[in-house]
Design a protein. Sequence first.
Length: 359
Amino acid sequence: MSANDALHIAVLAGDGIGPEVMAPALEVLRKIEATSDLKFRFTDAPAGANNYRATGKSMPDSTVRLCDEADAILLGACGLPSVRYPDNTEIMPQVELRFHFDLYAGVRPARLIPGVPSPIVGADRRGIDLIVIRESTEGLFASMGKGVVTDTEARETLVITRKTSERLFEFSFRLAERRKARGRPGALTCVDKANVFKAFAFFREMFDQAAARHPDVTTDRLYVDACSALLVKRPWDFDVMVMENMFGDILSDMTAGLIGGMGMAPSADIGDRHAVFQPCHGTAPDIMGQGKANPTGMILSAAMMLDWLADKHGLESATEASERIERAVDKVYADGIKPMEFGGRNGTADIAKAVLAAL
């Protein structure tokens, strides 16, 4: 791809505060476009609980086709607690997209930005900069919609396959290698429960095989309960962690809590061809329409998208743009911006305006 070609971005704003945080992220990308050689073409598409309520589908076929054709997918937040499928599960097109496009690597960075409070004593001095890699199509989530419930019991099935696990580990080792090249430790920890379940022993065995192919990456293995305890005591000891879907679902929310809250946390779901970028938070209907939503996670998800596009297409300017966005976010927090999410007075518009000015 030439740097002069427009990158086609599918925009799924979603429900609740999704559209409210998407708007600043698109403004940031337009500012990047105006100050670099990158060009974007944004196409909006419906998805989420409101679309289900109106049409009976979480997203139309046209949205799926658009996502298939686009260079990347930006997603705000989808689902509303009051709108559910007949089996009482929530409308979650973000999860459906993972299965549809085989987005097996869920990337959840947790970086403590200067000026942002952390509940961990010493974090302001030691720093937190880690990534949870969550397998996103198997594990317990492979049973989504397939569980068996009777009057006396309910069963869900955990699935771990060699094909997906080997791709997940190769992705994780490559990411650790990239971080090492950028000055991070380049260490990778496998998080599992291999002492109890055969499925996780199988998972760890494949991790060990991948580790032998990547001798330059320092590796460790931790049981998920021990890992949880260490994360809230010494999160600065971690670099990259890889784990099963449900474990990653839980630990990625916990690590977001270590860096100021869900509104600070970006994420990506990445496959061999497609990728979705979205903040870790939900639709927050309790603050919808009030201008209180923190758009930082969405803005940083857009930065992650640029970094992924840079790696995919060899676009150095996209790498530089991603770093510019991160530096702008760091500056506004160092200068004293404080979202309502953690007791401040700055709402969506304040934070967006500050980041745009810092760019």
